[in-house]
Structures are given as structure tokens and as C-alpha cells.
Design a protein around this ligand. Structure first.
Ligand code: NDP
Ligand code: 2IT
Length: 475
């Protein structure tokens, strides 16, 4: 076989090698090809560990598809899918209430638009760097494909830390961020929404600035809007509700149900709160939730109204919940939420929050199923432990797709200048989540990995995106 690397270029210029060159007629084993592509992704995107991790997981699933579809290799669809279509990085200057000037960094990675305009949230958190946004945009491309709705994948954000900032500071930051990003958005181009640190309040300030810049009331440019100005019912609840619907389907396959189960939901933000709400509606008992400082154990079951009061309205720490709840509720600053025994676990805070050790604790504690509300919250060794223990494991890009699905329904309502009822919209969400579950289960079965939602989700979504890319040609 001809050498597929280009050591000359690497030696002469000290540059990372590109994707391995390949000509028709080269015979390459699938596993070897996937390994080479992975190595190229690592060398082309140095230091972006989360992106490497997300790519690895997808590539590890694709062997059986490539074996059946050699044209995908010939057309270099995998390499094309691993390369973002566009990466935008910009400075975001803003002034705090004391008059001090700050400069943050803004990102938007427009990953793949084969299925529709780029779609995906914005994350404001001090840990955000290009690798975060790239991994999230990559995941989003596959997640959005699973919804069956016409949306491509993208993600954005900033290393801005909203914690402790006043309303006015948040507003000024959002305005400065949008002043730059507005050029690259549009209902047919790129449609952001919320993610960590970005909720209805931030979407409002972003939308207001976009409206002022463009002089148009272009509702379809952002989702997660307020109900009085173009938003959709159920969007706020959608990710959490959807994760519970996905869990319900996984349990059905095993002759189990949600009612009566003891659950843990990590995080206490948008996704976590509405996961708790739906679990309680379906008769489960949620005994623990958390924030980045610690977790609360509440043996009587989380008081949802108090949780909403503390986290949504007061934006206070989770420790305040325990202080106010009294009898039986404990706040543990140094503990580990995954040591709490439960039957169902919903990691809903952030990436890599649940490692192999935590997975072992969950298995020992009697956990039978995990649905990821967050994006990539389980480390690869945790996933392996769940699979080996035959725990039903619903990965994020399938289990948390309800949020972006209802975002796409918000876009539909905006395009028709229509508003739907809560019941109708929730029913659409339920159907979408059940269809995603069925697609993942059936695809896993077809390609020889029954019960493996990771493989099923990765293969099914890859096929959808790849087929559209082939149809659209080399663009
Ligand atoms: P929020 O900002 O509303 O809440 C985030 C929660 O996670 C908070 O409790 C926060 O605690 C905690 N958290 C955030 N970063 C860290 C960290 N580095 N370590 C520990 N805890 C952390 O965000 P969302 O609920 O919207 O998002 C949660 C997860 O769900 C993310 O992975 C997001 O990508 C994913 N997701 C969100 C969707 C949406 O529609 N919003 C859709 C699909 C997935 P603290 O307040 O202390 O920072
Ligand atoms: O990770 C996600 O799917 C989101 N943050 C929601 C994206 C969206 O466009 O609604």
C-alpha cells in the first residue's frame, strides 16, 4: 500500500498532517482507516481533548456501516464530517458596573449544514474554549439528525462567567456578543439557542440586539424565546421531559417502568429541573441533585417548587435549597452524588462529570438505567462499565435531543406565525423521543449490536447526514 501519510510536509513545515490521502484502488482495512482518521483529527485539532473524545466515540461505532457502504469511504464522508464547515472566533469587549473593561472570547462553530441551517445552543461558562464548542457542534450534528427534523449542527459560546454578574452586565455582554455574531446568523443560515449559562433572559437580550441591528423582527433567528415574543410552549421543559421519555422507552424494553423508581439527577439548571418535574409526574422519587459546589440529598424527595424558587427565580446555590428545606435534606459539599444509591440516573450538568469510578458506584448501588441529559457527561470508561454491567445506557445525543427538537418546532411555529398548545407540542415531543429510541434500537439490531444505543445512535445519525452530503455533492 502506498504511504497514506505525508512525512515530507510534516518534516519541512512542522505542520500537523492533514487527513490521509486516498486514491481509488487503495485497499485499506476499515479499522485502519478509522484509526488514521482519528489520528488526523487529533493532530489537526491539537489540545482539544473533548473534541477528540466525541470523534472517537462516533468513529468506534461506524465499522459495520462502512463495511456495507464503501462509497462513503470513497467519497471521504467521514473526514468531511469531522471538519467543521466554518469556525468563527471573535473578541467580546464589555464594561462592568464599576466601569472596568473586560474582553472575553466568543465562538460559533458552524459544523455541518447538510440537513438544514446550523442549529445549536450558546454556552457561557469560564471553561469554554474552541475545543468545547467544537465537540458540542460535532455532537449536535448527529443529535439533530436523529430528530428527523431539518436542522444542521452548530454550537457557540463564550468564556464569559455569568456567575455574580448583575442584570445590566449580563445585558451588555449579550449585546456585545450579538453585535459581532449577528452577521453570521439568520433563520436560513444559523439559529442559536441556550445551553449552560444561557436561558430565556440571555436569549431575550440577544434577540433584542439582533432586532436592532437588522431592523427586522426575525423570530426564527433564535429559539428558546419567551412565550410573549415568539417562543414555543414546552421548549423550556423539552430537554428534561425528553430525557425522561427516552428513559421510559428504554425501561419498556426491559419490562420496567418509571413509577416507583428512586432517581438521581445531577445539576440543577434547566435540564435537571424539568427532568425532576417529569419524573415526579410519572411517579418516581428524585432524591438528589447538585451544582458545581456540591449536592443535596433529600430522602423525602426533591421539593420541586422550592428547587425552582432557589435556582430559577433567585439564581442561588443548591446549598440554599437544603437550608430552607430542613428535616431530612442534607447538603454535602465534598461528597459525590454518584455514591447515592438509585435505580435511575440522569447526569444533567456537564461533560465528563461521571467517571469510571462513579459508574462502578452506580452499578453497586443498584442502578439499572442511565439517560444523559447533559452532552457527553459520562467518560468512555464509565460508558464501558455501564455496557459491561448490561445497564440500559441512553447517550446524550439521543436522550437529550428533546430540547433541540422543540427548538425546531419553535422554528416551524415562527415560520407559520402560529402558536401551538402545550398538549399538542408535548405530544409532538413525546412522539419524536419515542421515534429516536426506536431508530437507535433498530439500527443497533440491524448492524449486530442489539441493545447498544451508543452504536445505534451513532450509526443511524451518521447515515442520515452522510446520505444528504452525498446527495448535495462535494460542497
Ligand atoms: P444550566 O446553565 O441551566 O445548568 C447547568 C447546571 O450544571 C448547573 O447546575 C451548573 O452548576 C452545573 N454545571 C455546569 N458546569 C459545571 C461544571 N463544570 N461542573 C459541575 N457542574 C456544572 O444549563 P443546562 O441545564 O441548559 O445544561 C446542562 C447540560 O445539558 C449541558 O451539558 C448542556 O449542554 C446540556 N443540554 C442542554 C440543553 C438545553 O436545552 N438547555 C439541551 C441538550 C443538552 P453551577 O450553577 O454551579 O455552574
Ligand atoms: O445541546 C443542545 O441540544 C442544546 N443546547 C439545545 C440546542 C437548541 O438549538 O435548542
Amino acid at each position: 500500500m502506498r504511504s497514506r501519510r505525508d512525512p515530507y510536509r510534516q518534516a519541512k513545515y512542522g505542520l500537523p498532517v492533514g487527513f490521509p490521502a486516498q486514491r481509488n484502488g487503495d485497499h485499506v482495512e476499515t479499522a485502519e482507516l478509522l484509526e488514521e482518521i482519528y489520528r488526523s483529527v487529533v493532530s489537526r485539532n491539537p489540545g482539544e481533548a473533548e473534541f477528540h473524545q466525541a470523534v472517537r466515540e462516533v468513529l468506534d461505532s461506524l465499522g459495520p456501516v462502512l463495511a456495507k457502504r464503501p462509497e462513503l469511504t470513497e467519497q471521504r464522508v467521514i473526514e468531511r464530517i469531522c471538519e467543521p464547515e466554518r469556525q468563527i472566533i471573535f473578541g467580546v469587549p464589555w464594561e462592568d458596573d464599576e466601569g472596568t473593561i473586560h474582553i472575553n472570547r466568543g465562538f460559533r462553530v458552524q459544523f455541518n449544514s447538510a440537513l438544514g441551517p446550523y442549529k445549536g445552543g450558546l454556552r457561557f461558562h469560564p471553561s469554554v474554549y474552541l475545543g468545547t464548542v467544537k465537540f458540542l457542534g460535532f455532537e449536535q450534528t448527529f443529535k439533530n439528525a436523529l430528530t428527523g427534523l431539518p436542522i444542521g449542527g452548530g454550537k457557540g459560546g463564550s468564556d464569559f462567567n455569568p456567575r455574580g454578574r448583575s442584570e445590566a452586565e449580563i445585558m451588555r455582554f449579550c449585546q456585545s456578543f450579538m453585535l459581532e455574531l449577528s452577521r453570521d446568523l439568520g433563520e436560513y443560515r444559523d439559529v442559536p439557542a441556550g445551553d449552560i449559562g444561557v436561558g430565556g433572559r440571555e436569549i431575550g437580550y440577544l434577540f433584542g440586539m439582533y432586532k436592532r441591528i437588522t431592523r427586522q423582527y426575525e423570530s426564527g433567528v433564535l429559539t428558546g424565546k419567551g412565550l410573549g415574543w415568539g417562543g414555543s410552549v414546552v421548549r423550556k421543559e423539552a430537554t428534561g421531559y425528553g430525557a425522561v421519555y427516552f428513559m421510559r422507552e428504554m425501561l419498556k424494553e426491559r419490562g420496567e417502568e418509571i413509577e416507583g423508581k428512586t432517581c438521581i439527577v445531577s445539576g440543577s439548571g434547566n435540564v435537571a429541573i424539568y427532568t425532576v418535574e417529569k419524573l415526579q409526574q410519572l411517579g418516581a422519587r428524585v432524591v438528589a441533585c447538585s451544582d458545581s459546589d456540591g449536592y443535596v440529598y433529600d430522602e423525602r424527595g426533591i421539593d420541586l417548587e422550592l428547587l425552582k424558587q432557589v435556582k430559577e427565580r433567585e439564581r442561588a446555590r443548591i446549598s440554599v435549597y437544603a437550608d430552607r428545606r430542613g428535616g431530612g435534606a442534607r447538603y454535602l459539599e465534598d461528597g459525590n452524588i454518584w455514591n447515592v444509591p438509585c435505580q435511575l440516573a440522569f447526569p444533567s450538568a456537564t461533560q465528563n462529570e461521571l467517571n469510571g469510578h462513579d459508574a462502578e458506584s452506580l452499578v453497586k448501588g443498584g442502578c439499572i438505567a442511565v439517560a444523559e441529559g447533559a452532552n457527553m457527561p459520562s467518560t468512555p470508561d464509565a460508558v464501558q462499565i455501564f455496557q459491561e454491567a448490561r445497564i440500559a445506557f441512553g447517550l446524550g445525543k439521543a436522550a437529550n435531543a428533546g430540547g433541540v427538537a422543540v427548538s425546531a418546532l419553535e422554528m416551524q411555529q415562527n415560520a407559520r406565525r402560529d402558536t401551538w398548545t402545550f398538549e399538542y407540542t408535548e405530544e409532538r415531543l413525546r412522539q419524536i423521543m419515542e421515534t429516536i429510541h426506536r431508530t437507535c434500537a433498530d439500527t443497533a439490531e440491524t448492524y449486530g449490536s442489539p441493545g447498544n444505543y451508543v452504536r445505534g445512535a451513532n450509526m443511524a445519525s451518521f447515515i442520515r447526514v452522510a446520505d444528504a452530503m452525498l446527495a448535495l455533492g462535494l460542497v
